[in-house]
Design a protein around this ligand. Structure first.
Ligand code: ADP
Length: 381
């Protein structure tokens, strides 16, 4: 029996599943809280407690049975986590930072207060208030509007370029209005920190978006940026995790703009889509690193073994229902293709059903194979 503290995860989606898989070689027991035992982590954790991670009572009850608690999704009940922290539980990410990060308005204000470069912004309570500001000349087009809470994967983000967009696309919820950045490249750096203060970063990755779903669909590591840009990105990620005083992983999404500036877009204090490739291409995966970091163990080497491209396997746009996968055997013929199916029962348009990492000697070769994979492997009903 290994003597790890009892570790609980709020959420049992794909990130939870991959955390459980990383825990398995150490024989580290992991407990999850989520709405159904059928969720991706269900078969991989030691026990899944059925409950709602947004509910104060459910989180409190679950957390009281754990020694260390972490998350795989931000939208959890932070009041319960604060109470559990008072009761002596170890909570990573710390609930104070988590409540700032959950609210994009507070997050932007945090960067401003800590002199962390980010695009200029203003906060608004309603669409009417935004229209009023435009009318008065206090707010100019174009801009990006983001719902302060509950957005994810590009939902809750509106790019407003014209007065027609103002009429048709404005979100009603309290929001952040940001200057539209002229983006050269979107990159991400995953950084980990443990309670001893040890910090390690993974190499930056470049993200390419599907313009329809606004989801990352192509992710490359190395990112194809200059060593100086990589250094700046790395230093920024470290600055941000220290400012938030976080333990565990922090995925820092960055914009490289056309003037060469690097700005923080947003962060996620947990394993992240932009780190999936590390399972197959780095000495330590982001998932193992998160476990090491939250358990205050020595952090692992983040050295990359091979260039890689990661593609999300998204639900086919025209299919909804019980899932089956087309082309699985065919893609497994391609050398360097590593398939990860999350185990979700139902496919929906653009739902994240799995991902595929392609490792190769060069990014060009990995990209070519990734395009093939995209043409063959389908999540359909
Ligand atoms: P989500 O949390 O839903 O992923 P993001 O803040 O990452 O939302 O925004 C989604 C995408 O919208 C970004 O990846 C980027 O492509 C675009 N975007 C966000 N903010 C800006 C901005 N200020 N300027 C230009 N594009 C932006």
């Amino acid at each position: 029996m290994t003597n790890f503290p009892k570790l609980g995860i709020l959420g049992a989606g794909q990130l939870g599943k991959m955390l459980c898989q990383a825990a398995s070689p150490w024989n580290l027991p992991v407990y999850c809280l989520d709405a159904s035992k059928d969720f991706p982590a269900g078969p991989y954790c030691n026990e899944l407690t059925v409950g709602n991670f947004k509910s104060y009572e459910d989180v409190l009850q679950f957390g009281r049975q754990m020694e260390v608690l972490t998350i795989e999704i931000e939208h959890v009940n932070t009041e319960a986590l604060l109470q559990l922290q008072k009761e002596g539980k170890i909570i990573h990410p710390n609930p104070t930072a988590l409540s700032i990060i959950k609210d994009k308005g507070l997050q932007k204000q945090f960067y401003k207060d800590h002199q962390i470069p980010t695009s200029p912004f203003q906060l608004f309570d309603s669409a009417a208030q935004i229209k009023e500001a435009i009318r008065k000349g206090d707010l100019a087009l174009p801009f990006v509007q983001k719902a302060r809470t509950a957005g994810y994967d590009g939902k809750g983000v509106a790019v407003i370029r014209t007065m027609e967009d103002v009429e048709n696309k404005l979100l009603a919820a309290p929001s952040v209005i940001e200057a539209l950045v002229a983006i050269e490249k979107e990159i991400a750096v995953i950084v980990a920190r443990n309670a001893k203060g040890e910090i390690r970063t993974f190499d930056p990755v470049a993200m390419e978006f599907n313009p329809i779903a606004n989801l990352v669909e192509f992710l490359t590591c190395p990112a194809g940026i200059t060593p100086q840009q990589a250094k700046t990105a790395d230093e920024l990620a470290i600055q941000v995790i220290q400012a938030f005083d976080l333990c565990g992983l922090l995925a820092v999404e960055l914009f490289l703009d056309r003037q060469g500036n690097i700005l923080v877009n947003e962060v996620a204090p947990r394993p992240h889509n932009s780190g999936h490739h590390t399972i197959d291409s780095a000495i330590t995966s982001q998932y193992e690193q998160h476990l090491r970091a939250v358990l205050n163990l020595p952090l692992g080497s983040t050295q990359m073994l091979k260039p890689s491209v990661m593609v999300n396997l998204l639900g086919h746009p025209d299919h909804q229902g019980p899932v089956h996968y087309e082309g699985l055997e065919e893609v497994l013929h391609i050398e360097g293709v590593k398939v990860h199916i999350y185990g979700k029962a139902i496919t929906k348009p653009f739902r994240k059903m799995g991902h595929v990492t392609i490792v190769a000697d060069t990014i060009a070769e990995a990209k070519e194979k990734a395009r093939k994979v995209q043409g063959i492997l389908k999540s359909v009903s």
